[in-house]
Design a protein around this ligand. Structure first.
Ligand SMILES: [Zn+2]
Length: 143
């Protein structure tokens, strides 16, 4: 049997993601001010993170914004040494899940901690940052 003919492409793909944020704009605006906020369902009181336009528990669209504390405890993490193409040039990094005092779990990069010193139970805080193109994001840093 002969191999089927194949076509190989060596082109670089540049992808652009435009993410609509009208229902979560308050979250991004607060982050620019260094605050962490999220949505609380006005009907059943369920608090979600990241913010949700509709309550995943009762499906209500009536939500209000509540401020969260930034102190958290590291739950788990993974060091990424072989980075995906979309993070090429970023070098090794650590992705972590930490639990806020409110009990909500947050996923973010962990910065400012040596890979060997990261341990579950480590006290961290959520810190707001701005990317090179001005978009707000957040990371964990040691408390
Ligand atoms: Zn609800």
């Amino acid at each position: 049997m002969s191999e089927p003919p194949q076509l190989h492409s060596r082109r670089t793909l540049n992808l652009r993601f435009d993410i609509p944020i009208s229902k979560t704009k308050e979250f991004w605006d607060a982050l620019k001010r260094g605050k962490l906020v999220t949505t609380k369902c006005s009907k059943c009181g369920n608090i979600t993170f990241p913010p949700q336009a509709d309550c995943p528990r009762c499906m209500s669209s009536e939500t209000e914004w509540v401020e969260l504390g930034t102190e958290a405890t590291l739950v788990t993490f993974t060091h990424v040494r072989v980075t995906p193409a979309s993070f090429e040039g970023k070098g090794p990094y650590t992705i972590a899940i930490a639990e806020l005092k409110d009990g909500l779990k947050v996923l973010a990069w962990l910065e400012g901690v040596d890979a060997e010193k990261a341990k579950p139970g480590l006290k961290v805080r959520v810190e707001a940052r701005a990317s090179g193109d001005g978009n707000p994001y957040y990371v964990f840093v040691p408390a």
